[in-house]
Design a protein around this ligand. Structure first.
Ligand code: SAM
Ligand code: SF4
Length: 344
């Protein structure tokens, strides 16, 4: 594997600050748009994925990550598509994990559907990954297959167990879906908390064409929380993981429950992140279309200053926030690209 050169001989972090004064310290990297699941709210049944030739190599992805680390990014999350489906992904995990060990990077995390986790958990832990998010929308095997269109819940739970045994902290992510899991979410929370795992519920976002009407599945979390509070005592806490989730402590379980509410209440004013796709496109906001092509810069010159300038230029274009709206009168998504492109 080619050696990846740092952007600067001596690290000179020049903090990335956007026009609204927000410091960008968090990079999400979608390492592949492919996935072994087809969650109904994320993808359509017939997805056309990117031709493999368009993908950045793992070395190129690493070079970009290092450029961001050199500019003050302290936390990187690998996502997708399904990140553990990317061929040889452990190469990138090892290289970035080494930067966690050396202290250049505070944290390397992963969001996964868990299907490959039993195979990789020990290696992830050995390479500096201390916490991961695993997406599980239901604990009913039949419903799990229905929502993922092909997932095997038992395999995912095996992966969760393997990660726990490897000492990785796990947060369970569940998208709140009307008439699908709204009744079950409290049980999923009890299960997660009983195993010492936090949980986050997420509002479905209007990204990409899917095979159903989003409004039919959209469950505002304000409504869900009100119902939950009839059974549980929730106390808001200032806990943050660097993401948009706002947390509450659940007295009965002792665990933490996070709410990601892009629809009912966005937290754009404290956004600290940008998103890199597997083709090297940098999105400065999940809910906007503006993007910067870093692949072209990466491939046109070895000059680290060019990449550094391109990143600075992108951050100068970071918008104030997104304008998500789920409109019952029409079924067009607010954003045409699917969530697997930018990884949520
Ligand atoms: N495949 C991995 C997984 O499922 O965890 C990582 C990528 S997935 C796109 C990241 C997260 O986005 C998952 O928790 C998933 O449930 C969530 N997600 C996907 N589509 C969404 C949508 N339209 N609205 C809200 N969350 C979505
Ligand atoms: Fe795949 Fe994750 Fe999208 Fe489900 S949510 S289809 S697991 S990328």
């Amino acid at each position: 594997m080619a050696e990846i050169h740092r952007v600067f001989a001596t690290p000179q972090p020049s903090p990335l600050v956007d026009p609204f004064g927000r410091k960008v310290t968090y990079l999400r990297v979608s390492v592949t748009d492919r996935c072994d699941f087809r969650c109904t709210y994320c993808m359509s049944e017939d997805m056309t994925f990117l031709p493999r030739k368009d993908l950045l190599t793992l070395e190129e992805l690493e070079r970009l990550c290092v450029a961001f680390i050199d500019k003050g990014v302290s936390s990187i999350r690998l996502t997708g598509g399904e990140p553990l489906m990317r061929q040889n992904i452990m190469h990138l995990v090892r290289e970035l994990g080494a930067r966690v060990k050396s202290g250049e990077l505070e944290e390397l995390t992963l969001t996964t559907n868990g299907s490959q986790l039993s195979r990789y958990a020990a290696e992830l832990a050995a390479n500096g990954i201390r916490r991961i998010n695993v997406s599980i929308d239901t604990l009913d095997p039949k419903k799990f297959r229905e929502i993922t269109r092909r997932g095997d819940l038992a395999k995912v739970l095996e992966g969760v167990e393997a990660a726990r045994l490897a000492g990785i902290r796990i947060k369970i992510n569940a998208v709140a879906l009307k008439n699908f899991n709204e009744e079950e979410l409290p049980d999923i929370m009890r299960w997660a908390h009983a195993l010492g795992m936090d949980m986050t519920v997420i509002e479905t976002m209007p990204m990409g064409e899917i095979d159903e009407h989003r409004a039919d599945r959209y469950l505002p979390l304000s409504m869900f929380r009100k119902r939950l509070e009839q059974q549980f005592s929730l106390t808001d806490i200032p806990f943050r993981t660097g993401g948009p989730a706002r947390y509450a402590r659940v007295s009965e379980t002792g665990g933490k429950l996070g709410f990601i509410t892009p629809m009912t209440h966005n937290f754009c004013e404290s956004c600290n992140r940008v998103r890199l796709t597997c083709t090297g496109t940098l999105y400065m906001c999940l809910g906007q279309t503006d993007a910067v092509d870093l692949r072209e810069v990466l491939r046109s010159t070895d000059d680290p200053a060019a990449l550094s300038n391109a990143i600075d230029g992108a951050i100068r274009r970071k918008p104030k926030g997104h304008d998500f709206i789920i409109d019952r009168t029409q079924n067009r998504p607010a954003i045409a690209r699917h969530m697997n492109v930018t990884g949520g």
